[in-house]
Design a protein around this ligand. Sequence first.
Ligand code: GLU
Length: 487
Amino acid sequence: MISEYPRVRFAPSPTGYLHIGGLRTALYNYLFAKQSGGKFILRIEDTDRTRYVPGAVENLISTLEWSGLHYDEGPGKEGEFGPYTQSERLHIYKEYTDKLLETGHAYCCFCSKERLDDLREGQKARNEQTVYDKHCLKLTKEEVTAKLASGTPYVVRMNVRHGSKVLVKDIIRGNIDFDTSIIDDQVLIKSDGFPTYHLANVVDDHLMKITHTIRGEEWLPSTPKHVLLYEAFGWEVPIFAHLPLLLNPDRSKLSKRQGDVAVEDYRSKGYLKEALINFISLLGWNAGDDREFYNMDELISSFSIERINKSGAVFNLEKLDWLNAEHLRSKTDLELAELLREELSEKQIPLDEKMDGEYFVKIVSCMKERVKFIKEIPVNAPYFFARPDSYEEKGIQKGWKEDTPGLLKAYMAKINSLEAPSKEDYETGLRSAAEENGVGAGKLIHPVRLVVSGVSSGPGLFEILDALGKEEVLYRIETGIQRLTKV
Ligand code: GLU
């Protein structure tokens, strides 16, 4: 065994946003590491300079951290196997390439683009496998030295011995045999001196003592090349697990065209990280029963690589919405209040200094059964964050009568006489004001709701009043009377 405890890694290329499939790969690696006392490593694979997007690394890291997938080693958390960014490890790849050149497992190739294009076209026309024809392998040592000395551009290729088999062992897919004749003499070092994904990935997985390589199915065709490289170096091969594809509901490959694929899109739409993580955990895995709701700790204890499916996983947004509502309801009012506060500050909604923690707890307790997303609260109930500046016309038509101002004043007197009215006090006060004036409670409930909230529907009126507090309630009723009483 390479290491006593599993060491796994998430190895994204910083080419933009974090794809939802990338988050699933990261999550499965994370869960596996956490349940086995292992380490979860983040490695940035940035050797393809043409695809590099500035800011993508920072974005990746902040999205992973937001999701709760905290890595043990990686950029900014250097461990004993760093640096964890491939562009900072070029000297290491050079050293290992030299070893392969010495042992004949690799060779320098000076072929021009034109020659390679011609070769490929010819092979295509003859319906042959498009692989490099090992032309430069025939160069003598002296010829190679002379070309290098004259500065001829070159790449380093892997010398694949054709005519044999390479075995890939995958926990999810079982053993797969690949015929080496179909494996190209892969470029290991490009003409810009940067390693290709294949070389850097294998060297780093070995040096970082990775025990399990858990990644998307799209990397399966690269795996025999990797196994050949491990063998060429004489290194132990890690255990592979290739995760199933993510599919659109029509079973096509999950793509931007059919919806959002960036984790940040879901984040900005207001999905809870707990719901997104839960949802993603089920894209290709289940515990063998029909359970669907999990928090992170439950996932860590229930997850198993062996139970990952081979077949593609369909992305079903309805389930995500359902899980979001479930996770929302499973949170305490205190947690929800904190989320609400974050949402308001993100949306830059100005707040009054009187809006303290207790106030937010009261708001969420009024609203939580009425929303699927926290962000709906300020939209559906703006009156908690600002005084109404107008009153719904339909509410006025229905509820504002000639005797309304007098009834409201009677209610205000009741409220005024109370020290620190509770939800129940607001209700008793209203009912007795109505009774004393010989009218039904509805005669007061509707106009009170209208003047305090500006609208005629919402959560329980007495809960709203209790949240707003005596002073504010009195102020709003008074203002409403002034505005709505025709002179
Ligand atoms: N850099 C590859 C990617 O962008 C990593 C593949 C692997 O995990 O080996 O997904």
